[in-house]
Design a protein around this ligand. Structure first.
Ligand SMILES: Nc1ncnc2c1ncn2[C@@H]1O[C@H](COP(=O)(O)OP(=O)(O)O)[C@@H](O)[C@H]1O
Ligand SMILES: [Mg+2]
Length: 381
């Protein structure tokens, strides 16, 4: 019989699965609301409610069964979360934070209002708004869905008016709310992972270098290789954002570094792809920290465990073969930590990740790449 605290998680994907791993030693009892009984986390957690995150009755059932509810993804109605809060249920991150997370337009407006650096942007109601913006800022421009995007879905690089016509028409057919922003020259991309508990304590891990391929963040390297001024600025901005929004739990903040300037890209108030390195690479993983934070427990040490940490995604190979079948080859590579998410193999799908610790940046990254090549049977691009 579990005796510990009870955390409800809306969604049962890889983040919930890795939360479950972190919950075990703290005797934290997870209950999941899974859209499908075969979802990655539902395979490894005993207490699962099967239902849609859009079904208020199911979300309520989860809240009634637990001390606090939290999230594996952002696709939950914030108005219903506010109703639960008003009834006295504990929801972390709060309904207000979840509403902000779901809306890139609101994020931009909120960050601009407190004077933080973001790319130039405008709301888009019609294609004319894109053309006007491009007149001011020049082509190319970046069109984004305000809600529901991830891994580059919902992001369109537009080179000209003709491309804009097509993209805006498609997005409007899909019912998306849009914004447009300047296409910034990227020196590199960073993420800063933060955590805050209800009593106001904040912990911030060091910045992470995130390498994107095809709009998806595919590789993480810590420590970042950039001027210390830039890393320090990203952390300072991250702290200001956390102090302003006052989220509870882990929040990732994605940054662009463009011509030596730090710009905020987006916020995600939950454990995040850019934090997977912390499982082996930091004294406290993002998943444990998130559970501690939402339960208002003391936050853990966020320092690095090794001189270099490299994490790389396992992406489904083009031949639809399953990397799990090649596990023995990857495990032969010294110091490889493999994480599978329990997802069916499909070309281009994010199936897991590998983390490697080391002393030398290039050698550590090479070992991570080698492990990925062994798992996918493909050379990296
Ligand atoms: N304004 C921009 N200028 C240049 N590159 C961008 C811009 N916006 C997005 N990108 C690229 O696309 C990636 C995905 O965009 P992002 O807004 O973070 O969407 P997602 O929600 O899919 O993560 C970014 O990490 C970056 O590589
Ligand atoms: Mg992003």
């Amino acid at each position: 019989m579990a005796t510990g605290r009870r955390v409800g998680v809306v969604g049962a994907g890889q983040l919930a699965r890795m939360m479950a791993q972190a919950a075990i030693p703290l005797d934290i009892h997870l209950v999941l609301l899974a859209a499908d009984a075969n979802d990655g986390a539902a395979q490894v957690v005993r207490d699962v409610i099967v239902g849609s995150p859009d079904d208020p009755a199911k979300v309520r059932e989860l809240a009634e069964a637990t001390d606090v509810i939290t999230f594996d993804h952002e696709l939950v109605d914030p108005d219903f979360l506010a109703t639960l809060e008003a009834e006295g249920f504990v929801v972390y991150p709060s309904a207000a934070t979840m509403a902000l997370a779901q809306n890139k337009r609101r994020q931009r407006a909120e960050l601009a209002a407190i004077g933080l650096p973001i790319p130039a942007f405008a709301d888009v109601e019609s294609v004319q708004d894109v053309l006007d913006f491009a007149d001011q800022h020049s082509w190319p421009v970046v069109l984004k869905a305000s809600r529901g995007g991830y891994d580059g879905r919902g992001v369109w690089m537009l080179a000209d008016a003709a491309a804009s016509e097509v993209a805006v028409a498609e997005a409007h057919t899909a019912g998306l709310t849009l914004l447009v922003e300047e296409c910034v020259v990227l020196d590199l991309e960073l993420a800063v992972l933060t955590a805050r508990r209800p009593n106001g304590d904040i912990a911030i891990w060091e910045p992470i270098e995130t390498v994107q391929r095809n709009g998806m963040c595919n590789e993480l390297v810590v420590p970042v290789q950039t001027e210390s001024r830039i890393a320090a600025e990203a952390v300072t901005i991250a702290r200001r954002i956390v102090e302003h929004i006052q989220p509870v739990g882990v929040m990732a903040i994605e940054f662009f570094v463009s011509n030596g300037k730090v710009l905020i890209n987006e916020l995600a108030p939950r454990p995040h792809n850019s934090g997977h390195w912390t499982i082996e690479g930091a004294q406290t993983s993002q998943f444990e920290q998130h559970l501690r934070a939402v339960l208002d427990l003391p936050l853990g040490d966020v320092s690095r465990t090794s001189p270099v940490v490299a994490t790389e995604n396992i992406i489904g190979p083009a031949d639809n073969s399953n990397p799990v079948d090649r596990l023995p080859h990857a495990l032969l590579i010294h110091g490889t930590h493999v994480h599978f998410y329990g997802k069916g193999a499909r070309a281009g799908r994010k199936l897991g990740h590998v983390t490697v610790l080391g002393d030398d940046r290039d050698e550590t990254r090479q070992r991570a790449s080698l492990a990925i090549q062994q798992l996918t049977g493909e050379a990296l691009p």
